[in-house]
Write a protein that binds this ligand. Sequence first.
Ligand code: KIV
Length: 298
Amino acid sequence: MNEPERLTLTDLTDLARQGKRIAMVTAYDASSAALADEAGLDIILVGDSAAMTILGHESTLPVTMDEMLLLTRAVTRAVRRAVVVADMPFGAYQTGEDDALRNAIRFVKDAGADAVKLEGAGRTLTRISAILDAGIPVMGHVGLTPQSASLAGSYKARGRTAAEARRILDEARALERTGCFAVVLEAIPAPVAARISDVLKIPTIGIGAGASCDGQVLVWHDLLGLTRGHVPRFVRRYADLGQAALDALRQYAADVRSVAFPDDSHTYSMPAEELARFEAQTAELRAEPDFTKPLPKR
Ligand code: KIV
């Protein structure tokens, strides 16, 4: 099979300029990343949502750099075409420019990511600058930013007043001025996202931000129906793989218990004379007595 041509960040900007939408999804392991890549997704985000989807935490806060590096390595090993963006986890850039730069370099150098994503503007801008100075591309993220949302304890949509919408627009512009190649707009009203997308030259990627963004992103588990329990209202489920997996696992367990699996098609044969020899050699062998089991009643 021919190797697909690698997408570049310029290709992403060109797509947006031509009015073509950018399709982005999260992935956290090699087999899902390979599927997303084969399906033609343009950007694969190794999101810090892995804290919840993969590691079972209640929020995105606990995932560590080492855990994110492990997942990012698995993804980059599998991807041939898409741009891979690694999400900087909480604690990887809040402590200052030096830490931000060191951690961004780890994502690119040790894990093969093409770019990193950081949440917020404000103080985050100087950290983004430090990373960009080293030549590492950065994706911004404003609106609902899950790391600060979970600290503040509110996952409600953002930008529903004129003042807050204006603040988000100003943050997105500041990210563009700082040099981000794209910005995620999460959980903000569609007209606000549309205005921001008009004002910015860089692509906007929406999640719960309406159809006017230059692209869309969804979390793998939400998109494929693998999330058990609540999913945000902005999710569209494209499959119910959770139910399919449950059905398959229940059937497998039933087949094991009823000895319907495995059958002859799942086992290996051996020449009849070899089998006869083996049986003759071992005919005398019996199971060792097991003194941990109660003796059979007479
Ligand atoms: O971590 C993540 O999955 C994200 C997306 C929701 C954009 O940041």
